[in-house]
Design a protein around this ligand. Structure first.
Ligand code: SAH
Ligand code: SF4
Length: 342
């Protein structure tokens, strides 16, 4: 049990793992952990003898630890988290202009999807994270944030959530449990590169979280060049899966388009997107490509970005330009992994 995280366990599992006896004792420990306690001495309503027994069993609640903290002048905080086996992942706290705080979490060490424009993709894949390791990122970001709660969680860090759906589901169950952390499912977003079986699994079995899809391009040829996933599940299969997800949840789906200058950011690309998305209820998140040294792409010009957005808006689509937050700490989209030389 040494090394395993307690942060990903339900009260029942905690009770068993720690031999807590009475169910109320497990619920008590679970509540402390949900509030952010990391050591047994903090759990002041536990009898002293019980606290020292627990400390002997397991010195700490968390299995990983924050190893480095980078702060951007815009308020974003990136944490590098060292896992028990020595590997590392990153997670980011983003604060928007209204002061709303979003935790961007990783679900894998690296990523196997190999998208051509993504820093994480260029690292390759090492392993999946456990539910506990995912929840721990939330705990560390909450502690790093100091005052003020985190209201949103997005699975937009390192890794492909649909390839680690078991652990992601478990982490979401913990993050949304009203007995504990209690985030609303509507404030949790899973972003996928388009792994169709995962989307269908989620549509059928839940949880009903928000779904975001990295579309990048609505042209099969171009999308295939940029995202290897497209040769496994093409745009037609993806659209079909999204329609089923939408039928199951009734919610709008977010399409993310990382726009690279001169590649996928012309008005014709925008028109293709409008045509492709037409039967779905979507909002589009335009992400100007963030520079990754060594990758053969360039940032789109302001004019390209505005012309692209104008096509979407003329077609009645909501298009948001994602804030370029966290750039100073390489914590922006597609840049995670910069400090990962483990
Ligand atoms: N693996 C999941 C979750 C990561 S989300 C997914 O791909 O959906 C990260 C988002 O950032 C994705 O929409 C991705 O397309 C985008 N992205 C990747 N590299 C980027 C870069 N260098 N600049 C801007 N966006 C990028
Ligand atoms: Fe993986 Fe997402 Fe990066 Fe593609 S964009 S390589 S799926 S993290």
């Amino acid at each position: 049990m040494e090394g395993e995280s307690l942060a990903g366990l339900s009260p029942e599992e905690l009770g068993e793992a720690l031999a807590l006896g009475e169910p109320y004792r497990a619920r008590q420990v679970y509540r402390w952990i949900a509030r952010g306690a990391s050591g047994w001495e903090e759990m002041t309503d536990l009898p002293a003898a019980e606290r020292s027994r627990l400390a002997g069993l397991r010195p700490r609640v968390d299995s990983s630890s924050p190893a480095a903290r980078l702060e951007d002048p815009d308020g974003s905080i990136k944490l590098q988290v060292r896992l028990a086996d020595g590997a590392a992942v990153e997670c980011v706290l983003l604060e928007d202009l209204e002061g709303r705080r979003t935790a961007c979490l990783s679900c894998q060490v690296g990523c196997p999807m190999g998208c051509a424009f993504c820093k994480t993709g260029s690292l390759g894949y090492l392993r999946d994270l456990s539910a506990g390791e995912i929840v721990e990122q939330f705990r560390f970001l909450r502690a790093a944030a100091g005052r003020g709660a985190i209201s949103n969680v997005v699975f937009m860090g390192m890794g492909e959530p649909m390839l680690n759906l078991g652990a992601v589901r478990k982490a979401i169950a913990i993050l949304s449990d009203p007995r504990g952390i209690g985030l609303s499912l509507r404030k949790i977003t899973i972003s996928t590169s388009g792994v169709v079986p995962g989307i269908l699994d989620l549509a059928e079995h839940g949880p009903k979280v928000r779904l975001a899809v990295s579309l990048t391009s609505a042209d099969d040829g171009l999308r295939g060049e940029l995202m290897p996933v497209n040769s496994r599940w093409d745009l037609a299969a993806l659209k079909d899966a999204l329609a089923r997800y939408q039928a199951a949840t009734g919610e709008r789906i977010t399409l993310e388009a990382a726009l690279m200058g001169g590649r996928n950011s012309s008005p014709a690309d925008a028109e293709a997107l409008v045509r492709w998305a037409s039967p779905l209820k979507v909002q589009v998140n335009l992400i100007p490509w963030n520079k990754v040294p060594g990758l053969p792409f360039s940032e789109p010009s302001r004019a390209e970005l505005e012309a692209f957005a104008a096509v979407l808006e003329r077609a009645g689509m909501t298009a948001s330009r994602r804030m370029r937050r966290g750039r100073g700490v390489m914590g922006a989209c597609g840049q995670l992994g910069d400090t990962l030389r483990a």
